[in-house]
Design a protein around this ligand. Structure first.
Ligand code: SAM
Length: 187
């Protein structure tokens, strides 16, 4: 297939933006798949800060990171509090919005806190860095978060941030899409 699937393309973008030794953020650790992917990319000299508000997500993420303990911080707190934990320049951040697969669907990411977290990441992001957001919007409340987020990113200053939407537009059932924000100049 020439056109990459959404999840695969999110990883391609992260791979292109991350080098060994980088500091990066996983804003929605969930079951830790992305955190592990990031930990492998930054290597022993880099660091991944991963956030989630559910203890079960923190536990599953930590289980995946047994070989990467020194280069990861798995934090039980909302991503809206990123500035409390990270004050170094980051080269990338990833968010997978929605609910934790296999858990209660009532705990979901929310528009206001998601935007606060993305704003915090944009402030920490180096020029040439990237934020990748996979937007799941088929669940209850997902449409509100999607619309709030689209409004926010579409108003970012184009002289500093390039905003990409990567979406298959002829799929049914609310297929997820990517928003990718690349910093091209200081804000
Ligand atoms: N990337 C994850 C993986 O690899 O398994 C999946 C993430 S899942 C779609 C979304 C996660 O966001 C859930 O685990 C949920 O608990 C978490 N979440 C919801 N609100 C949050 C917040 N304010 N801060 C951090 N995580 C949050």
């Amino acid at each position: 297939m020439i056109l990459e699937r959404v999840l695969s393309y999110s990883k391609t973008l992260l791979q292109r933006g991350i080098s060994e030794g980088d500091i990066v953020i996983d804003g929605t650790a969930g079951n830790g798949h992305d955190t592990l992917f990031l930990a492998k990319l930054v290597g022993k000299t880099g660091h991944v800060y991963a956030f989630d508000i559910q203890q079960s997500a923190i536990d599953s993420t930590k289980q995946k990171l047994v070989d990467f303990i020194n280069q990861t911080s798995v934090i039980l707190d909302g991503h809206e509090h990123i500035p409390k934990y990270v004050n170094q320049e980051i080269s990338a951040a990833v968010f997978n919005l929605g609910y934790l697969p296999g858990a209660n669907h009532s705990t979901i990411t929310k528009p206001d806190t998601t935007v606060m977290a993305i704003e915090a990441c944009l402030n920490l992001l180096k020029v040439g860095g990237i934020i990748v957001i996979v937007v799941y919007h088929g669940h209850e409340g997902g449409d509100i978060e999607r619309d709030g987020l689209l409004q926010y990113v579409s108003e970012l200053p184009q002289s500093s941030i390039q905003v990409l939407k990567y979406e298959f537009i002829n799929q049914v059932n609310h297929a997820p899409f990517i928003l990718a924000l690349e910093k091209i100049k200081k804000l």
